[in-house]
Design a protein around this ligand. Structure first.
Ligand code: HEC
Ligand code: HEC
Length: 329
């Protein structure tokens, strides 16, 4: 018993230190991470056996087999423009730690979003992902599918604390090197660490009946759009650190260094050598609400588009701090 308590404190310390110097997380309510050392798991056998439970189950299915239901050839409607599944990024249907975890989302909306400069409901936020990473058209707010997504998010939110951040609620943090991220170094690292699954052309690999991917695409016309947060180099690096290479990372135990994750994200998202659908992007009406690694002008600071894309990020963060603004990334 004692041993567990000691480990708990050791785990909690660095997390608390990180949190106090960087409360950056874009648009969510500021919360302290709990000192509880364990990861939260959900037990799907506890989904109730009633109408609500049916909707929760369908919502979970939609997270896992999105394209099968609502993809370009979806059996329930043709909404998505590609065959990625939500779980490709929000792994384990949104419950994996450090993988854009969605277990607090139901509690955190409606929420102000800098992107639109307005308050969005959770349903509208779901449609942002349907439209950007999935190049789709929005689900009707009263469709069975949207209701199912929301039912599922409500149900998984029961397992998490309401007044503190649980372990893995946010992605792992990245320490910024003094130098800019390098797509050239990233390309070499990509060949070594990523191409064996995602392909040399980042094209991914379909499953047998082509209803989805075994390895989802990283660029090309079926990958996420440049307006997606996954296209931001810092945002992607934080996620890569916690999740890729898929076969080398276990929860909370990164394989890539922070600098490698940034270099690889810089290469994957280098649109001078890669193509993506819909290069048009939706801009932040208030540039002060723009994430510093969202590399689309105009900017409120003197740094170039290239530096917003690749860094070095420290000078940008310091500049923002000096102005009394909070740098989001
Ligand atoms: C290519 C990766 C990718 C795919 C695929 C994807 N998302 Fe997202 N999603 C993101 C990223 C990145 C964010 C922003 C996370 C952040 O800022 O920490 C996000 C945020 C969200 C949020 C807001 C979470 C919060 O609490 O603020 C919801 C809800 C969401 N996604 C639902 C979905 C659903 C439902 C699908 C499938 C239809 C989906 N996403 C597909 C990458 C993806
Ligand atoms: C062993 C195979 C494997 C390797 C190696 C691997 N991945 Fe993945 N990757 C996956 C799988 C599988 C998923 C989908 C995860 C899921 O659905 O739970 C994924 C998802 C992704 C996604 C989110 C979905 C998308 O297509 O946008 C990105 C980004 C990504 N990987 C990047 C990388 C990068 C960069 C590397 C190298 C550092 C890498 N992966 C190495 C198997 C792999």
């Amino acid at each position: 018993m004692k041993k567990i308590v000691v480990i708990g404190i050791l785990f909690a310390l660095p997390i608390m230190i990180f949190n106090s110097c960087n409360s950056s997380s874009a648009n969510t309510v500021a919360k302290e991470e709990t000192k509880d050392e364990s990861y939260i798991t959900i037990d799907t056998s506890k989904i109730p056996n009633d109408k609500f439970g049916e909707s929760v189950r369908y919502g979970r299915e939609l997270m896992l087999r999105t394209a099968y239901y609502i993809g370009p050839n979806g059996i329930k409607g043709k909404y998505l423009g590609n065959k990625m599944n939500c779980t490709n990024c929000h792994q384990d249907a949104g419950t994996k730690p450090y993988a854009f975890n969605l277990m607090s989302s139901h509690d955190n909306y409606p929420q102000y979003r800098g992107r639109e400069d307005k308050v969005l409901t959770l349903a509208e936020r779901v449609n942002n992902c349907v439209m950007r990473p999935h190049s789709g058209k929005p689900l009707p707010l009263d469709s069975d599918e949207m209701v199912a997504f929301l039912s599922y998010f409500k149900w998984i939110s029961k397992f998490v604390p309401k007044d503190s951040l649980f372990k893995g609620a946010k992605n792992l943090k990245i320490e910024f090197p003094a130098v800019a991220a390098s797509p050239e170094r990233g390309k070499v690292l990509f060949t070594e660490n990523c191409a064996r699954c995602h392909g040399n052309e980042g094209e991914g690999k379909f499953n047998e009946d082509k209803s989805g991917y075994v390895y989802p695409p990283l660029w090309g016309k079926y990958a996420y759009q440049p307006g997606s947060s996954m296209h931001r180099v810092i945002k992607q690096a934080q996620w890569l650190k916690g999740n890729m290479p898929f076969d080398k990372v276990t929860v909370g135990k990164p394989y890539l260094t922070d600098a490698q994750a940034l270099d690889i994200a810089a290469y994957v998202n280098d649109d001078s050598v890669h193509t993506r659908p819909n290069p048009k992007t939706l801009d932040y009406p208030d540039p002060k609400a723009k994430a510093i690694d969202y590399a689309h002008a105009p900017f409120i600071d003197p740094f170039s588009e290239k530096q917003h894309r690749l860094g070095p990020f420290k000078p940008i963060i310091e500049y923002w701090k000096k102005q009394g603004w909070e740098a989001i990334y």
